[in-house]
Design a binder for this molecule. Structure first.
Ligand code: SF4
Length: 266
């Protein structure tokens, strides 16, 4: 679960640097559930998207409250922060449940494999059901891993390598890519290459800076809002945006305001 949540929006190379350290600090779901939120957020440093660390902590508490780790993806998705993809990764690897994990790459493979020239009828629900039918009963975790690798390395968005693809014999889209017009449809490439808005100066950028500044305080240390703003302001952080972000972070549970108005990690 730790690896799956860490890998949600973070490069695997960064996950590998943090995974061992995190699981040494919290070797069991119980130890993670018992920890203070601030301790978990400090251990999450370097992984970005602090809400994921917070949700992982809440998930651990919920699992301990349930009295055991849910073994089916349909039960795991009931826990905040665990979506269908993460749930399927966890239960297929850990418990051998034949639950297909569909990320953006796997979705593209399935659309091409099953849809060919016309994939308009393949809704997300239909894709999930088809993939749950196709998945190996003997090694569902390895099947999920193989599909993700296939999507990332062979069935690429722009130039699928149909000539070396191990499922080419069954693929309905293969003739399209091997014909003269064999280019991904515009809609497909748009889906795969949607431009990201700039990160610097965004709300997420300043949220991350605020949480980092609180991490840098000594354990249980506090800071006034004015000093915190001074520390993180790069000249573009207005007073009202800063106040808005503090309220939002407090509501999310990533920051605590004490009775004297001082700020700290929860
Ligand atoms: S044959 Fe080509 S389009 Fe079909 S799954 Fe393989 S790489 Fe993708």
């Amino acid at each position: 679960m730790v690896a799956a949540v860490m890998a949600q929006q973070t490069q695997i190379s960064r996950v590998l640097l943090k995974f061992g350290q995190f699981t040494t600090t919290f070797p069991t779901v119980e130890s993670l559930a018992r920890a203070r939120t601030g301790t978990v957020l400090r251990a999450w440093e370097g992984l970005g998207y602090n809400l994921r660390g917070l949700r992982l902590h809440r998930a651990a508490k919920r699992i301990v409250g349930l009295g055991g780790f849910p073994r089916r993806a349909a039960e795991l998705v009931e826990i905040e922060g665990i979506g269908p993809f993460t749930a399927a990764i966890i239960t297929s690897f850990a418990f051998g449940e034949p639950a297909a994990a569909i990320d953006v790459n796997v979705r593209r493979v399935l659309l091409r494999l099953l849809g060919g020239a016309d994939d308009s009828r393949l809704t997300d629900r239909a894709l999930q059901s088809a993939a749950d039918h196709l998945i190996s009963r003997r090694a569902p975790g390895r099947w999920n891993q193989a599909m993700m690798d296939l999507g990332a390395r062979v069935c690429k968005a722009r130039e699928p390598l149909c000539g070396v693809c191990p499922i080419a014999d069954w693929c309905r889209a293969r003739p399209r890519f091997e014909s003269k017009q064999g280019k991904p449809r515009v809609a497909e490439t748009r889906r795969a290459y949607r431009a990201q808005p700039p990160f610097k100066g965004s709300r997420r950028f300043y949220r991350g800076r605020i949480v980092q500044a609180l991490r840098d305080l000594p354990a249980r240390g506090t800071v006034s809002a004015a000093s915190l703003r001074q520390k993180i302001d790069d000249g573009n952080l207005g007073r009202s945006l800063f106040a808005e972000l503090i309220v939002a972070l407090e509501n999310d549970g990533l920051l605590h305001v004490d009775g004297r108005g001082k700020l700290r990690l929860p």
